[in-house]
Design a protein around this ligand. Structure first.
Ligand SMILES: NC(=O)c1ccc[n+]([C@@H]2O[C@H](COP(=O)([O-])OP(=O)(O)OC[C@H]3O[C@@H](n4cnc5c(N)ncnc54)[C@H](O)[C@@H]3O)[C@@H](O)[C@H]2O)c1
Ligand SMILES: O=C(O)C[C@H](O)C(=O)O
Length: 328
């Protein structure tokens, strides 16, 4: 029995993500939770002729949706409008994520938790702090989905250099998921030979790819379809490793560095951070290992140096949102 709960399932990401998950033979039950329209989306998807059962759960039924879930995927919350930063979403999304994490702690404390809602650099620490508060935190099982940065990296790189196949090229993206905290390691793309100017343009485009979509949608939200693709790719990797035992599955993802005790010290020494996006290999229990940082160029080291102070602030904001409220 592999129950996957999608929280925010009726939204711009939630609907196409649920559609993609309905194609998966790894999932036996898809539980769709949203404060609006979840039963409608569930009824629609339930007619698709794959094996999984689909159920819809409205506002009052979060516990039912989460109960016994193997994996919980969270695209709930508000998206950006032009002129906003991801951090501007904190005010609304922090409370939404906290309440969903409380639901996870109560109903499925051993679940994998895959966080899409922004600002990811802060929402992942919120989830971890809530789970810690309830004594059910397993750092190997909580992930910030930064796969869209990886997807954009190979796509945008292939537009500059058509010899790069976007589908089979996986670019490591370290740091976090917003602006300068997104650090694509383009120097490691096999066979790449970008000029300095191309590297600068490409890096800037990857770091601000989200803004490109927000601007084009002109007030109607942010990336949804490409995010659904990225979210399904990430969830499938986590599930394949956990459910089928498939080995060698690696994706860049934003995790609590305690997820790999062997790697923690080296990463803390290099970054001073408790959370960081880096390539992770998946196993039965989630994080099997955090891979060592790849060799990075002088240009990438400068990007990392710029990312670290911002990440520190984002992480502290998420962590203190829970720890400060516990003191009241
Ligand atoms: N990690 C990434 O790379 C990435 C990419 C794109 C978007 N995002 C983020 O994903 C989030 C969702 O984006 P979207 O475009 O789908 O937004 P959306 O507004 O279209 O959908 C969000 C859904 O969440 C639901 N929701 C709100 N509060 C809820 C709650 N308490 N419980 C359950 N559901 C709730 C809403 O009813 C809505 O259906 C945003 O925060 C956005 O910034 C992240
Ligand atoms: O840009 C956004 O706000 C959504 C998402 O984080 C993205 O990278 O597209």
């Amino acid at each position: 029995m592999v129950k996957v709960a999608v929280c925010g399932a009726a939204g711009g990401i939630g609907q196409p993500l649920s559609l993609l998950l309905k194609q998966s033979d790894l999932i036996t039950h898809l539980a769709l939770f949203d404060v609006v329209n979840a039963p409608g989306v569930a009824a629609d998807l339930s007619h698709i002729n794959t094996r999984s059962k689909v159920t819809g759960h409205g506002k009052e039924s979060m516990d039912e949706a989460l109960s016994g879930a193997h994996t919980v995927i969270i695209p709930a919350g508000v998206p950006r409008k032009p002129g906003m930063t991801r951090d501007d979403l904190f005010k609304i999304n922090a409370g939404i994520i906290r309440d969903l994490a409380e639901g996870v702690a109560k109903n499925c404390p051993g679940a994998f938790v895959l966080v899409i809602s922004n600002p990811v650099n802060s929402t992942v620490p919120i989830v971890c702090e809530v789970l810690k508060k309830h004594g059910v935190f397993n750092p190997k099982k909580v992930f910030g989905i930064s796969t869209l940065d990886v997807v954009r990296s190979s796509r945008f790189a292939s537009e500059i250099n058509p010899a790069i196949d976007p589908k089979s090229t996986r670019v490591t993206v370290i740091g976090g998921h917003s602006g300068v905290t997104i650090v694509p390691i383009l120097s490691q793309i096999p066979g790449q030979s970008f000029s300095k100017e191309q590297l600068e343009i490409l890096t800037q485009r990857i770091q601000y790819g989200g803004d490109e979509v927000v601007k084009a949608k002109d007030g109607a939200g942010s990336a949804t379809l490409s995010m659904a693709h990225a979210g399904a790719r990430f969830a499938t990797a986590v599930l394949e490793a956990a459910v089928t035992g498939k080995s060698g599955l690696v994706e860049s993802t934003y995790v609590n560095l305690a997820a790999d005790a062997d790697a923690t010290a080296a990463f803390r020494a290099r970054t001073g951070l408790d959370y960081f996006a880096q390539d992770v290999e998946f196993g039965h229990e989630g994080v099997k290992r955090i891979l060592p940082l790849p060799a990075i160029s002088v240009f990438e080291q400068a990007l990392l140096d710029e990312a670290i102070p911002e990440l520190k602030v984002n992480i502290a904001k998420g962590t203190s949102f829970i720890s400060d409220s516990a003191k009241i």
